[in-house]
Design a protein around this ligand. Structure first.
Ligand code: ADP
Length: 193
């Protein structure tokens, strides 16, 4: 049954390394990777109406509305039924998104297993994002004001999710500084607990 699923919320500020560690988790645990940032960028590239509406917000480092990303996740969950589990990357980012995710998973008889939270200092984050901006081609990675706004959005709206999952006994903090392999090792240990 779906109770045996492994459903991970990969959590951390922009630049914490969620994308990198997602790749590791997908390969090791055969999970479906759902990144709302990636889905939104695909919508923009495809020129959909949703993409056009999201682009202006993303370019400024603001969050897109909850109902938009919740709808995207709902349809991905439907189209990937039977998956052994999920990595939610960049979602949920607000308390209403976390509540909606709990409801959606409950409807199919499962729940979040653990939140893995990558912990990295703000100075290190800004440095990494500006560096990534040199070759990622992402317009939200090239300007320091926009990066600072993304971190502000994170601190105001997203950081409270740590408490939301901690109350459920599901929070697991992972030091996000070190080599990719070192951090992957810490993640593997946290999942095995
Ligand atoms: P990062 O974590 O490096 O900022 P993402 O790819 O996760 O990158 O997100 C890029 C942008 O996409 C965010 O700044 C935001 O505008 C939008 N976005 C992605 N996921 C969400 C979400 N769950 N809720 C609202 N906005 C989102």
């Amino acid at each position: 049954m779906s109770n045996s699923m492994l459903n991970i919320v990969l959590f951390g500020p922009p630049g914490a390394g969620k994308g990198t560690q997602s790749t590791f988790l997908v390969n090791n645990f055969n999970l479906v990777h759902l990144s709302t940032g990636d889905i939104l960028r695909a919508e923009i590239a495809a020129g959909t109406r949703l993409g056009q509406e999201a682009k202006g917000l993303m370019d400024q480092g603001n969050l897109v509305p909850d109902e938009v990303v919740i709808g995207m996740i709902r349809s991905k969950l439907e189209s990937t039924k039977g998956a052994p589990g999920y990595i939610f990357d960049g979602f949920p980012r607000t308390i209403p998104q976390a509540e909606a995710l709990d409801r959606l998973l409950h409807e199919v008889g499962t729940e979040i297993t653990v939140m893995l939270a990558l912990e990295v200092s703000e100075e290190e984050l800004t440095r990494r994002l500006l560096n990534r901006g040199k070759d990622s081609g992402r317009s939200d990675d090239t300007n320091e004001d926009i990066i600072r706004n993304r971190i502000r959005e994170y601190n105001n709206k997203t950081a409270p999710l740590a408490g939301y999952y901690a109350e459920q006994g599901k929070y697991s903090g992972i030091p996000g500084v070190g080599s990719i392999e070192e951090i992957a090792g810490l993640i593997r240990a946290a999942i095995a607990k």
